[in-house]
Design a protein around this ligand. Sequence first.
Ligand code: LMR
Length: 399
Amino acid sequence: MFDTILPAPPDSILGLTDAWKSDPNPLKVNLGVGVYKDASGNTPILAAVKAAEALILQTATTKSYMPISGAPEYGRCVQEMIFGGTHEILSSGRARTAHTPGGTAALRSGADFLKKVLPNAKVWVSSPTWANHKGVFGAAGIPTVDYPYYDPASRGLDFARMQEALEQIPAGDIVLLHACCHNPSGVDLSAAQWQIVAAIAARRGWLPFLDFAYQGYGDGLEDDRAGVLALAAACPEFLVASSFSKNFGLYQDRTGALTLVAGTSQVASSAFSNVEIVIRVNYSNPPAHGGLIVSRILTDPALREQWLGELTAMREHIAATRVRFVAGLAGHGVEGDFSFIARQKGMFSFSGLSDGQVKFLRDAKSIYIVGGGRINVAGITEGNLKYLCTSIREALAVQ
Ligand code: LMR
């Protein structure tokens, strides 16, 4: 039966890592997948995570199943992280959180839930968006439609066209918004623009679904909440998909959360029971380890302090790398104004390299960049900066 099945293409992001691993070129550089790397190009386990894991190992007494939506303490920690501990949503009990295997499962659980309760809804995604968004919503049977977002000419946000499009989206549709550190462009909304988007959502009646995969990587844990808080103030109902892959470095522990907010606690409970059904049929209940680490760190003042310091260091390292990269390009004779790279937020930079140039860099230089020109800035080190800049100079010259 399987003889006639054609091979599927490699994943546009994770497939690059496989190709990079099997590339024998000693100069090879992986700027594909969004994984933090330190100055030596390593992705270390955070010290706060190591300490929390040691405590968990010492005190763990069972490996019995988790509840379908994970441990209640984890849900509380996630809500405090998303909204801040004193937010009205917490005191009025209008949110319910499910511990999911990574941000991807948070998105997929949310999508499956929405397909069930809004069977005819479409989801509107930014142009461009994370390569996997359309796949995740498509797999849930929800059609995706683009709304304008990035403007290649200004290398910034095309807010006028975005606003115009959001005004046309019908009530009952879903709008996926990147809460901070837009993936792939690194171009975010200002606090004032978030207020405008929130007002449109409230007036038009579409449902915001926030992808919050990079909290703490933009301007800091609290400042990165600006979009979520603006929507929370304007809209009684919305969803948030969180990921702790990047801000806790828990990539392989698949640690994320889906948070559902409703107008009242009772409505939240009833809606969330449908999320739990979706989870039960998909993966039954979450893997515990990553969630235990996050809860442990967030409820232990000393560990929390240590983790916040490490998160700040990662954010500042990427910001400093952006500046070094811009200087490196100029210093190695790459023509053009690349100062926009230093203004972008989060892990990624939309380099402006064409798909042909990306292909040249991969085929001739073993430099792996996601199609569309997205660069993981964290993959740039002192050791590869010169090679990268001189290779980009060549790529711009030949294409
Ligand atoms: C990325 O965009 O590179 C990350 O979110 C990893 C992934 O799963 O694609």
